[in-house]
Design a protein around this ligand. Structure first.
Ligand code: SAM
Length: 265
């Protein structure tokens, strides 16, 4: 199932839901700025557990339509059930005709380009699926910002393992910051707007996400020789201990960067 770096377990699906709740205000803001209105036909590419589909469904109301597209069939089925939307099983890196060209007033993708080997090709495909007068909205991470103050070993270790594993898998951890350039390379043109969302939390409220994301990426990190099994198994307890020792230390999360562009009629 493609070369996805994160896990495909019930725990990871639950983590994606928690993560979606954290970023919901940033996504709601971008959807408002992009002009999502009642009655719109929406496509969520790499929909995951469908939390953004639910948000879209609330916005577009009964006259609108919400479709999620994902390569993970069980996860997509769950997304459709939870959001009341439809689900299309497809690989966005390959399936040009998974949905009709020009079929959607909103084509959206969060944390999907980061997971594809050729994000420009995926953007071209998403733009093709956008109707004349419709809007393309993308949100993706720049992970280089992950840090703590004062410096804490488990945060430095998280950054080493994530940046190293993504690089080994041929993925770009800065992708969010490159969105305007990628839009230009895809022939979409300069975005109409961009949005940068960040979270400065504490070690106490960030420890759970540090441990869960590390657990999710660990199989690939082991495969690429960035950690061994002993390090993998020790990390959750090390994070818990660090959070206990430095509960109010500052923890900076990845930036979630958005860009949007309306297509001419
Ligand atoms: C990090 S999750 C983000 C989920 C959701 N967009 C969110 O922000 O909550 C990435 C999602 O993209 C999906 N995905 C990864 N590669 C894909 C591909 N080539 N085609 C379609 N979906 C893909 C994964 O199955 C997963 O559900």
């Amino acid at each position: 199932m493609t070369t996805y770096v994160m896990g495909r377990t019930p725990e990871e699906y639950e983590r994606l839901r928690r993560q979606a709740a954290i970023w919901e205000p940033a996504t709601a803001r971008v959807l408002s700025r992009a002009g999502l209105e009642p009655g719109a036909r929406c496509l969520d590419v790499g929909c995951g557990p469908g939390e953004t589909m639910r948000l879209m469904a609330e916005r577009v109301g009964p006259t609108g339509r919400v479709v999620g597209l994902d390569v993970d069939v069980p996860l997509g089925a769950l997304a459709a059930e939870r959001s009341g939307g439809e689900f299309v099983a497809a690989d966005v890196t390959a399936d040009d005709d998974a949905v009709p060209a020009g079929g959607f007033d909103l084509v959206y993708g969060r944390l999907i380009l980061l997971h594809t080997p050729d994000p420009v090709a995926v953007l071209r495909r998403m733009w093709r699926w956008t109707a004349p007068g419709g809007v393309l909205v993308v949100q993706d991470y720049d992970m280089r910002t992950v840090d703590s103050y004062p410096p804490i070993d488990v945060v430095d270790e998280w950054r080493r393992v994530f940046l190293g594993t993504y690089a080994a898998a041929g993925r770009d951890v800065r992708l969010g910051s490159r969105l305007p350039t990628l839009f230009a390379e895809a022939g979409i043109g300069a975005p109409d707007g961009t949005d940068v969302a960040g979270i400065l939390g504490t070690m106490a409220d960030s420890a759970g996400m540090l441990a869960a994301t590390y657990r999710s990426i660990a199989p690939l990190a082991v495969a690429h020789g960035l950690i061994d099994e002993a390090q993998r198994d020790a990390y959750p307890a090390e994070v818990a201990a660090a959070a206990g020792q430095h509960p109010s230390a500052c923890a900076m999360w990845p930036l979630l960067i958005g860009a949007f562009k309306r297509k001419q009629r």
